[in-house]
Design a protein. Sequence first.
Length: 90
Amino acid sequence: MATQVHGIAMLIFVVIISLAVILAGLRFILGPTAPDRVVATDILTVMTTIILIFVALISGRSIYLDVALVYAVLSFIAVVAIARYLEGGL
């Protein structure tokens, strides 16, 4: 019984994350302004970090958590740099 619940929870997680990635990808492609695309990029990097954490949880390997942490920090710095550039601050 617990395995079925675990499988259903994983399926729901995958569906929700997939839907979020599709919607953020559409905003990135269709976004009429550059700030829309920056926000979509930020959402996609957060989703990638969540997927890396999920892979670490499923596989039981903590190295993926380190990768997710480094990726999250670098993507935050990149999004802030892009936002500052668009604002005219760089």
